[in-house]
Design a protein around this ligand. Structure first.
Ligand code: NAP
Length: 300
């Protein structure tokens, strides 16, 4: 971190609206590496979270009012659940500094552009982003400085976005340790529907199915959870508000992937019913191949 000595930081003031898993990871990195931001301001929905942020010492300043938090900031990052973005954008829009970059970390991108885009004042650059990194934990205690290391961050700038602004947000994520790619928002939402949103939907559903079992069987699901079910419960432990908002804001792509999945699950059910051993074996082989590719790409 020698580069943090004396040199002009990438941003003079970074304002984080929402300081849970993602926002507090960003804050921790920026507080450690002063080449990223000269000052870190944090805002949240509740004073309790801001009190905790102060105790943890992961921001220079906290502000309950988002409008005050963004004043004079040259980078504003929305780190709240995507369903809260429209109201947040409305509250901050008149207070954004001319030339500032407004960015975000939301898991859906077409909805963010739909909800926030029209509220961005002229002279403010809007660069939506999504780090493909996370855990099932939430809140300001859950963040950590290595969260984004060797993970992808996808940028989905609307057409005509200032190239310098896009490059500065790309540089910000590179300094967080991420690899950056620019993607069409609709393509982002389809890809994420299959790699993240559908797996979460399946995890929440399977936990519900197990929970509906009666008496002894339900007890034994928990007792013998090690055999597969446990991995689903980890995913299903994720934040309910965040995931409610993701599902409602990537409705079309999620429903399309769910329909495809349901067809394929029916095909598997048919193979099981008719004893089609070759089909079952080939399906398992495919799964193993995908797992191996992930390991080779260091994304496991
Ligand atoms: P989190 O840990 O639950 O934290 C959410 C933060 O947003 C909290 O500080 C919360 O404040 C604040 N907030 C909630 N509602 C708000 C509102 N109406 N107005 C202003 N602030 C509000 O969430 P997270 O996991 O960091 O997720 C944040 C964003 O990152 C989401 O858009 C999510 O889609 C995206 N994302 C998440 C992951 C992941 O794996 N978790 C990965 C990539 C991207 P209080 O604490 O005061 O309630």
């Amino acid at each position: 971190m020698a580069e943090s000595q004396g040199a002009e930081p990438l941003f003079r003031r970074l304002a984080l609206l929402g300081i849970g898993l993602i926002g507090s990871s960003v804050a921790r990195i920026a507080m450690q590496n002063r080449a990223i931001a000269g000052e870190v301001v944090a805002s949240a929905r509740t004073q309790a979270t801001l009190d905790r942020v102060r105790e943890l010492g992961i921001a220079d300043r906290v502000e309950l009012d988002p409008a005050r938090a963004v004043e004079g900031a040259d980078c504003v990052m929305l780190c709240a659940p995507v369903g809260a973005y429209a109201a947040l954008a409305e509250a901050i829009a008149p207070h954004l500094a001319p030339g500032a970059i407004l960015t975000d970390v939301g898991s859906t991108k077409q909805s963010v552009i739909r909800d926030v885009g029209p509220l961005v004042p002229g002279g403010v650059h809007f660069v939506p982003a999504h780090p493909l990194a996370g855990t099932e934990y939430s809140g300001p205690d859950s963040g950590f400085v290595t969260l984004f290391q060797n993970r992808w961050c996808l940028l989905t700038p609307p057409p005509g976005t200032d190239a310098d602004a896009v490059e500065r947000i790309a540089e910000l994520w590179r300094r967080f340790g991420s690899m950056v790619e620019v993607m069409e928002p609709s393509h982002h939402d389809r890809v994420l529907a299959i790699v993240s949103h559908l797996p979460h939907l399946l995890a929440f559903t399977i936990c519900g199915t197990a929970d509906d079992l009666e008496g002894e069987s339900r007890q034994q699901v928990l007792q013998f959870a090690a055999s597969g079910f446990r991995d689903f419960t980890r995913i299903a432990a994720s934040d309910p508000v965040m995931w409610r908002d993701v599902f409602l804001n990537n409705r079309e792509a999620l429903l399309e992937m769910l329909a495809r999945f349901t067809e394929d699950a029916q095909a598997m059910a048919r193979a099981v019913r008719w004893g089609d051993a070759a089909y079952i074996e080939e399906s398992v082989q495919r799964g193993r191949r995908i797992r191996r590719s992930l390991i080779e790409m260091k994304q496991a």
